[in-house]
Design a binder for this molecule. Structure first.
Ligand code: DGL
Length: 255
C-alpha cells in the first residue's frame, strides 16, 4: 500500500478529463494536478519546447512527493523522448492502444498540430484497424479556445472548420486525441452524428493503476486533492468543481 498522491499533468485544464476518470474508478487515490495554463497551448509549439515545459511539470510533481505521474496530455506524451518516462516513480503517458475502437471503414483522429505531426495516434489506429482509412485532423486553436472558456459557438466554429478541411464525413469512429476535447464532447457529437468517439483517458488511467498495483502501491485511504494552475486558477476552480461534482482546493503555481 502507498497512500501518496498520484500526480497528473497537462498544459491546462484538459487533463481534468483524465483526473476525473482516476477519481471515478479509483476513489481511494489522491490527486495532485498541475496545469500549465500560462503557457497553453502546447500543441502549437515545437517538440523541444514541449519536452522542456513537461520536464518542469515533472519536477513540480516530484517535489509534491507523488508516487506516479499520469501525463494527461497527448501533446506531451507524443513529443517527449523516452528519458522523460524514466525516473524515481512510474510515468505513464496517454494511451495509443485503440483496440476498443469498433469496426470502422473510416476513422478520424482529432488532436493538436504537434500530436498529429508525431503520427502516434495514426500508428495506434492502424494497429487496431489495419484496413481503415485514417483522417488525421490537426485542430489548430481548438484546445486553446476550450482552455480560455470560449463560448460553444466559437469552439463549434473552429471544430466545423477542421471537420470540413480534413473531410471526416462518413467516419464511423473517431479518436479524441487531446484531453481538452472531451470537455466539449457534445459539440463533436452534434457535428458528427452517428460517429463513435473514443476517449483514451480510461485506458491511460487503467494502465497507470496496473503499474501501481504490480508494485503493491495502490492507496488504501484518500487524502486531500490539490489542483495547481500556472494561470487562471480562479476560472479553473469553477471547472474543477464542475468536473468533480464538488469543490476542491485550487491553487496558483509557478514552474
Ligand atoms: N490537452 C493537451 C493534449 O492532450 C494539449 C492542449 C494544448 O495544445 O496545449 O494534447
Amino acid at each position: 500500500m502507498d497512500d501518496r498522491p498520484v500526480g497528473v499533468m497537462d498544459s491546462g485544464v484538459g487533463g481534468l478529463t483524465v483526473a476525473s476518470v482516476l477519481r471515478r474508478k479509483y476513489s481511494a487515490e489522491s490527486i495532485v494536478y498541475i496545469g500549465d495554463s500560462a503557457r497553453n497551448p502546447y500543441g502549437e509549439r515545437p517538440a523541444e519546447e514541449i519536452a522542456r515545459f513537461a520536464g518542469e511539470m515533472k519536477e513540480f510533481l516530484l517535489e509534491k512527493h507523488v508516487k506516479a505521474i499520469v501525463v494527461a496530455c497527448n501533446t506531451i506524451t507524443f513529443n517527449t523522448p523516452p528519458s522523460f518516462y524514466e525516473g524515481p516513480v512510474p510515468v505513464v503517458g496517454m494511451s495509443a492502444d485503440f483496440s476498443a475502437l469498433p469496426k470502422a471503414r473510416k476513422v478520424a483522429i482529432f488532436a493538436t498540430p504537434a500530436s498529429i505531426a508525431a503520427h502516434s495516434h495514426r500508428r495506434g489506429v492502424a494497429r487496431a484497424l489495419p484496413e481503415a482509412e485514417i483522417r488525421e485532423v490537426p485542430c489548430d486553436g481548438l484546445a486553446n479556445a476550450i482552455e480560455m472558456g470560449a463560448p460553444d459557438e466559437t469552439v463549434a466554429a473552429i471544430l466545423r472548420r477542421c471537420i470540413e478541411a480534413y473531410h471526416t464525413e462518413g467516419a464511423e469512429a473517431a479518436v479524441l486525441g487531446c484531453t481538452h476535447y472531451p470537455l466539449k464532447r457534445q459539440l463533436f457529437e452534434a457535428l458528427m452524428p452517428g460517429t463513435y468517439f473514443l476517449d483514451p483517458a480510461e485506458a491511460t488511467v487503467d494502465e497507470a493503476m496496473k503499474r501501481l498495483a504490480a508494485e503493491d502501491a495502490l492507496s488504501a485511504r484518500r487524502e486531500e486533492d490539490a489542483f495547481y494552475f500556472t494561470a487562471g486558477a480562479e476560472e479553473a476552480s469553477r471547472l474543477v468543481s464542475e468536473v468533480f461534482g464538488e469543490k476542491r482546493p485550487v491553487l496558483p503555481a509557478s514552474l
